[in-house]
Design a protein around this ligand. Sequence first.
Ligand SMILES: Nc1ncnc2c1ncn2[C@@H]1O[C@H](COP(=O)(O)OP(=O)(O)O)[C@@H](O)[C@H]1O
Ligand SMILES: [Mg+2]
Length: 331
Amino acid sequence: MASLPDNSAPPAIEVRDLVKTYGGVTAVSRVSFTVARGEIVGFLGPNGAGKSTTMRILTGCMPATAGHVTVCGHSVATQTDEVKRLIGYMPENNPLPEDMRVSEYLHFRGRLKEISRKKLGPRLDEALEMCDLKKVRHRIIGTLSKGYRQRVGIAECILAEPPVIIMDEPTIGLDPRQILVVRDLIDSLRGRMSVIISSHILPEIEMTCDRVVIINQGRVVAHGTPAQLRRDLLGGARYELELAGPEQGLPALLARVEPTLKIVVTTPAADGFRRHTLTSTNAAELGEPLLRAIAADGRLRVRSLARAHPTLEEVFLAATGQNWDAERKSA
Ligand SMILES: Nc1ncnc2c1ncn2[C@@H]1O[C@H](COP(=O)(O)OP(=O)(O)O)[C@@H](O)[C@H]1O
Ligand SMILES: [Mg+2]
């Protein structure tokens, strides 16, 4: 198993100019990205964006139309068997046999993955422990909840300790509590394995990922750390300010703090207070100077001031000019 990330080694996953067409339909169009060793990358995109297609090609389950994909330096096209041994893959809607017991199924999969009989016992215990499945190890899979089934899929993924884990929508159909469990589980793989996880729900895995790759209509529209994307695509900063008192002098006061600071929306709040949304093209933190300037004015009363944390939906809108939700509904 890959322990510490080795910078001299080839990246865990390298995708260059990947193209996939189904008949006349282009599902993936010149997609390029890399996943470094030990990194957890979120592969985000609305339904139909091309996530599952890309993942099936990465795992050697389906050939690409054009482009180049390597896993730990091995070409998926020409060294497919080697690549399959390097990967733990959980497909979308991972089908599991309904009538097998959890440990029986994992044992069977472990043998298929060519784990020796001697190693398989301890490895199975370890995977069951990591996925918190010990108490259901003798249960029939068909009787398990969706959350447990998803964890059986993840246990199978990590069983042979592959250096690369590919999970296609592992949180789909889970309730918020189960999503947290899966997120923690993925987080526990950090530094031990390289992981790429897809999701069509933007905030769901953002916190777990070192980096995200956002695709739309078969093309990469943004990639980087969530913080980088916010900075590069949205720039500046936004603040929410609740204020009471004579506001005529407010624009001039804001301009003295930062010339690009503007009031963009004002809505009445209760008790004479009004809520203002301020934007600035300057990303520097302006909270403290703003509070100081308002206090110095003497007549304005501040009830709250907070810097807004833009969502990845806003990043997506800035990158594509399309609304994430609209895209999902039409897909
Ligand atoms: N087997 C297939 N045959 C034809 N078109 C397909 C097939 N699989 C996927 N597509 C199309 O390719 C595009 C990308 O699909 P997919 O990779 O499943 O996206 P995602 O996983 O992001 O939802 C969609 O337009 C989808 O309809
Ligand atoms: Mg999919």
